[in-house]
Design a protein around this ligand. Structure first.
Ligand code: ATP
Ligand code: MG
Length: 389
């Protein structure tokens, strides 16, 4: 029996004139991601997208998993394709839904007939299929108010589909429809969650990571790759730019007052990230900062970092508690990777008493002790690129 996936469009249906763009972007992401699993026909009709496998050996569990990670989808369901006559629909329902029917007590059938040439009206289809299911599974009763499962029969122009229940989609809007942004990614819990959240709002991502070998290890960088691979399940493929940051950090340690280390380092991170971002066509930066979480995330410290930024900085976690952030990181499967213990460059040379209320003029004065521009240029010239899929 042939199984397909039916997708209900999410927030995109609200987008008026832009709707076509959103729908096209969604079709593109679906096609690109599903292509790894085999050949599919993906098409939109009547506010539903159908995903139809074209090879016999395609694993539909994998396909459903893939679909569940694509933004722009409110809900989807797996359905079987039935012969387009009443007998065919009944038999398909009984066979395809057998496991489900065995495990429940009450159900109802909802039929939708968009092919008006089909000789039975929706209520007739519902009644016929309902009686047939009770005949096959005599323990079942119909409950039209609170059924355990709603069996849906859709009679469309080209085929009839039978399904039970809806699966929640990833929500959000399709990646790429909101432009491109650059996430500053560390190996911590927060930045992968921030990346996921902004991709969910339709942004295509690139990632910048600062590494300070030998203070940070090869393994620490691999951890970041692993985190981004998990983010990419939602955001689609992206490029990761690794910036060598050792020289800059060593010079900060050598030349600046200790209590300014962190804030100056963060300003230089933002400066370098926005140059890479601009060069790659990204229009905003994304960080995993959360207000008050650490000394560099106070209003005063953020004001000092933002003072170097010439593009908007998105901080989707700003108002969230650690617990709320962890909940999302578990959901997107990054938590277990994030808590592996590898040094981040932020944790080398951390001052004992970082300034929580830095004064911008003082910060600039300290930072100007560095021979900044050549170092920034060297760091950017030695950036390494990786494809994350
Ligand atoms: P995270 O859990 O994301 O590491 P954090 O709470 O540990 O965040 P910080 O270490 O102060 O906070 O970093 C704040 C933000 O700065 C991070 O969320 C990330 O966006 C960025 N950042 C920190 N370290 C790096 C790094 N090595 N490379 C790129 N960006 C970084
Ligand atoms: Mg960190």
């Amino acid at each position: 029996m042939k199984e397909i996936i039916l997708i209900k469009l999410g927030e995109i249906v609200l987008k008026g004139l832009n709707r076509k763009n959103f729908e096209d972007a969604l079709l593109r992401s679906l096609r690109r991601r599903l292509a790894k699993l085999g050949s599919f026909k993906v098409r939109a009709a009547q506010s539903t997208i159908t995903v139809e496998p074209m090879d016999d050996d395609i694993d539909m569990d994998d396909a459903a998993d893939c679909v569940s990670h694509v933004f722009g989808i409110a809900a989807f369901s797996r359905a079987c394709v039935a012969e387009k006559d009443l007998e065919g629909i009944k038999q398909a329902a009984a066979e395809y839904l057998a496991d489900t029917m065995e495990s429940i007590k009450t159900f109802k059938v909802e039929a939708k007939r968009s092919d008006k040439k089909f000789p039975y009206k929706s209520p007739e289809i519902s009644a016929e299929v309902g009686s047939y299911l009770i005949e096959k599974f005599p323990h079942l009763t119909v409950d039209v108010h609170e059924p355990d499962v709603i069996v849906t029969v859709e009679v469309r122009d080209y085929a009839a589909y039978v399904r039970a229940g809806l699966i929640r989609g990833a929500g959000g809007i399709p990646v790429g429809t909101g432009g491109k942004a650059c996430v500053l990614i560390s190996g911590g819990i927060d930045s992968p969650v921030a990346a996921y959240m902004m991709a969910k709002r339709g942004l295509e991502l690139i990632a910048v990571h600062f590494a300070s070998p030998p203070y940070t290890s090869e393994r620490a960088e691999e951890k970041v790759v692993e985190l981004l691979e998990r983010v990419a399940k939602y955001s689609g493929r992206l490029k990761m730019y690794t910036v060598p940051f050792t020289e800059i950090q060593e010079q900060i340690r050598e030349k600046c007052k200790e209590d300014y280390f962190t804030i100056i380092m963060r300003r230089l991170m933002m400066e370098i990230a926005q140059r890479i971002a601009a060069d790659k066509g990204a229009q905003a930066l994304i960080t995993g900062e959360s207000l008050g979480q650490v000394a560099s995330q106070t209003i005063g410290a953020i004001a000092c970092t933002d003072a170097v930024c010439r593009m908007p900085v998105f901080r989707p976690l700003l108002g969230m508690d650690k617990e709320e952030i962890i909940e999302i990181s578990r959901k997107i499967d990054t938590f277990e990777v994030s808590i592996q213990p590898y040094e981040d460059c932020c944790t080398v040379f951390t001052p004992k008493h970082p300034r929580t209320r830095p004064v911008l003029e003082k910060v600039i004065e300290e930072q100007n002790k560095l021979d900044q521009e050549p170092m920034i240029e060297r760091a950017i010239a030695n950036v390494r690129v990786r494809d994350i899929t």
